[in-house]
Design a protein around this ligand. Structure first.
Ligand code: SAM
Length: 275
């Protein structure tokens, strides 16, 4: 029971969780439910936003010119299905077995020709020769400095010449004014565990690195587990520089994935980087 003592101090930057998060058999059930709720910005953004964003993508990067599309972190296929209905040949790639299984069954039922692959986009091969690669809902910033570099390189290699990478990131506005805190709750049966658990939540700032941590320590009769959910936020200069270092030379900038104009104090930036 005294295991929790090891979490007394502020973690080192990018210290890993003690257990898998996205692919946990119990957590992934709640996660899938969150993805499929069209009315909240949870694991997927609200339905209206998703629809607007697919219409914008279709106009901006049309399937007639960019037919093959890889959606990284596709979840249960909410974007993938809409993109497929709008004329793209879609491959969906995700770490979560539960999401991929759901996405496959849903595509089969709706008679949509989508290829779904279960894998880790940092460490596994996701193929080459795509016209368009998407990574939506700011998943890029969740990766460590090292993994972001690896991923950008892989995305660049995965595109045809002239192909595009479309993704979004959070800006410094997201956590502006949010002070560090610690709080606790007791859940009889909740998002984290089926059994009664004590949840210790901490929020930490890593100011110099523009990086933030939401840490959840779950304590119950069986285990003490720590989930570290990291988030790096970006200035426009930083993300443009990262893209240039990966080899991208033409970069378009928007405020979000529905094509709103970029503004200095917006919470998100959407980028279309061309190989
Ligand atoms: C916030 S959700 C966004 C899902 C989707 N892009 C959307 O907007 O509906 C993040 C997704 O990325 C997946 N994911 C997280 N890390 C991953 C990794 N290293 N490789 C592949 N998929 C990953 C998760 O399983 C989850 O489905």
């Amino acid at each position: 029971m005294k295991e929790f003592i090891q979490f007394e101090k502020k973690p080192k930057l990018y210290q890993t969780s003690t257990k898998k998060f996205w692919d946990d058999p119990y957590i992934s059930k709640g996660m899938l439910k969150a993805h499929l709720n069209p009315e909240v910005d949870a694991a997927t953004r609200k339905e209206k936003f998703v629809e607007e964003s697919v219409q914008w993508i279709r106009k901006q990067i049309p399937p007639a010119t960019y037919p093959t599309l890889l959606d990284l972190g596709c979840g249960p296929g909410i974007y993938a299905e809409l993109l497929s209905r709008n004329g793209y040949q879609v491959t969906g790639f995700d770490l979560s077995k539960r999401s991929i299984d759901y996405a496959k069954a849903s595509a089969k039922e709706k008679k949509l020709d989508i290829l779904y692959v279960e894998g880790n986009y940092v460490s596994d091969d996701f193929g080459r020769d795509y016209d368009l690669i998407t990574m939506i809902y700011c998943d890029f910033g969740v990766l460590s400095n090292e993994n972001r570099k690896i991923l950008l390189k892989k995305v660049y290699q995965g595109l045809k010449s002239g192909g595009c990478f479309l993704f979004d990131v959070f800006t410094l506005e997201k956590y502006r004014g949010q002070e560090e805190y610690k709080e606790w709750s007791i859940e009889a049966q909740g998002f984290w565990r089926e059994e009664a658990s004590l949840i210790l939540k901490s929020f930490y700032r890593y100011e110099a690195e523009n990086t933030f941590l939401e840490q959840y320590i779950i304590i119950n009769e069986n285990e003490t587990v720590c989930y570290n959910i990291w988030e790096h936020v970006f200035t426009l200069e930083e993300i443009k520089q990262d893209l240039k270092e990966a080899g991208f030379n033409k970069i378009e900038v928007y405020g979000d994935v529905t094509g709103k104009p970029y503004i200095d104090n917006g919470q998100t930036i959407c980028l279309i980087a061309k190989k």
